[in-house]
Design a protein around this ligand. Structure first.
Ligand SMILES: Cc1ncc(COP(=O)(O)O)c(C=O)c1O
Length: 469
């Protein structure tokens, strides 16, 4: 039977014609320029109404042509974004994907592999798993521990919480109808609280942003009613808080969880990258005792968005909690289709092979380059501290936590910090956003740096700090 694959022009979006070739060349040229751009302009958001005025209506019954749509992207829309890899973008947790990782993201998209089941994506999953083996090795978790790549830290935390709760319920049929409870601290990322909400889990929040200790957790447990003690199924600690880079007392909390039969999850979404540096590895002591860990390669492992990871000491518990069943999926259980199925270990079924861009970059550069790039972030934090200490107008709020630096401009009110951020952003100098830090019941607005990008220099720091004079 003859199959006609070509459609009549303008009736099919799968044609390969001259327009498609031209669009391909344009897109490749743009991508090469963007990947090699060493000094991207900061860019700033516009109101939706302003963008609408500039762009007009792009979705029409007959299309506006690839050429026009792409021009709208390059001339208008791309400029209304802030490049996350700008060397003076030190806001939130920035990102600086390696160029190899960006390029391989193009390959991953062009290949568009269904990354859920070995049967569909064995080659890609094999590569992802090699990258995952390296990450797992950094944690020191025992033999058998393994993980999967997720859309980010939020998704990883969700998968871990569901796994922990299902394990708790499976241990005792009485737990099946109980609402679970977790303990975490004020240093935990907002996603922990939101994911608890999604899983209908109550949270005991220890109001403390400094290092959470086993004593804090034990005191909280001791204050609980018996009913709550019976609902408690997990403790979530943070290894590198988003706000200040603080690492909780992982070893002490791990031992307490072991003693009380509680699941121990560690959110190292941001800080986990620092496991690659032997210089700070001791700060993470106890991480090897966790039941589950979140680490985001799209933060401090120089990988393109979106790429998080969740790792389990006993992956079979995640499989029990999260694998999906349906007659249409039975084939994946068959001999021949057998292999590692990432969809069994996190909440997504259809998934992009988002770990491939990390794999390619790791394979190309080797893990030593990752160690050096992470240590560069740690060194920048120390350099920033030196420059702040030297400036009589500035003052450190606390010692740097990993690559996070909190500092104050003496005499500034909260609005001064916000105006400073907006002004620097508008003038294409930097994007450095303020945060808040609580001490002795006072919630103070302060400035914050978070270093990820190895292209950030001491000169960049001087330029930013000068704007505070
Ligand atoms: C400690 C921590 N956990 C979780 C998250 C959420 O990660 P994502 O934004 O990748 O979902 C973040 C984000 O900054 C984080 O810093």
């Amino acid at each position: 039977m003859l199959i006609f694959r070509d459609c009549i022009k303008n009736t099919c979006m799968h044609n390969i014609d001259i327009d498609f070739i031209e669009m391909t060349l344009d897109i490749m040229k743009y991508s090469i320029n963007r990947v090699t751009d060493n000094s991207p302009v900061l860019g700033s958001p516009k109101k939706a109404s302003e963008l609408k005025e500039l762009v007009g209506e792009t979705i029409t019954p007959n299309g506006i042509s690839g050429e026009k749509a792409f021009k709208i992207w390059t001339d208008i829309l791309s400029k209304a974004n802030v490049p996350i890899n700008h060397p003076r973008n030190l806001s939130f947790v920035p990102s600086a994907p390696s160029r190899a990782s960006i390029l391989f993201d193009l390959v991953t998209s062009a290949s568009n592999i269904h990354g859920s089941y070995w049967m569909m994506g064995a080659g890609g999953i094999f590569a992802e798993n090699q990258a995952m083996e390296w990450i797992v090795s950094l944690t020191g978790l025992p033999e058998g521990a393994f993980g999967v790549f997720t859309p980010g830290g939020t998704g990883a935390n969700l998968s871990a919480i569901v796994t922990a709760r299902e394990f708790w319920r499976s241990k005792n049929p009485e737990n099946k109808n109980k609402k679970g409870l977790i303990i975490t601290s004020g240093g935990a990322h907002s996603s922990v609280i939101t994911m608890a909400k999604i899983t209908d889990t109550d949270v005991y929040l220890i109001h403390k942003e400094e290092k959470l200790t086993a004593k804090d957790v034990e005191e909280e447990i001791n204050k609980m009613s018996d009913e709550d003690k019976n609902r408690l199924f997990a403790v979530i600690a943070t290894a590198g808080t988003t706000n200040a880079g603080i690492i909780d007392d992982l070893d002490g909390i791990a031992n307490l969880c072991e003693e009380k039969g509680l699941w121990f999850h560690i959110d190292a979404a941001y800080g986990g990258g620092a496991l690659a540096s032997p210089k700070v590895r001791n700060l993470f002591s106890g991480i090897e005792k966790a039941d589950s860990i979140t680490i985001d390669p799209h933060k401090w492992l120089f990988t393109t968005y979106d790429c998080g990871a969740v790792i389990y000491k006993k992956p079979e518990l995640a499989k029990e909690a999260l694998s999906q069943h349906g007659s249409y999926l039975d084939i994946f259980q068959d001999e021949g289709a057998r292999g590692f199925n990432p969809s069994d270990y996190q909440v997504q079924l259809t998934r992009k092979l988002r770990g491939l861009s990390l794999w390619f970059s790791l394979a190309m550069h080797g893990t030593e380059v990752y160690r050096k790039a992470v240590e560069n972030g740690l060194e920048l934090a120390q350099k920033a501290k030196e420059l702040i200490d030297e400036n009589p107008l500035l003052e450190m709020v606390r010692e740097p936590g990993l690559s996070c630096v909190l500092f104050r401009r003496k005499g500034w009110l909260p609005q001064d910090y916000y105006q400073w951020t907006y002004k620097n952003h508008k003038e294409n100098i930097a994007l450095v956003t303020p945060t808040k830090w609580q001490k002795d019941n006072v919630l103070e607005t302060v400035a914050r740096f978070c270093f990820i990008n190895p292209d950030t220099t001491e000169e960049d720091l001087k330029i930013i700090l000068e704007t505070m004079n």
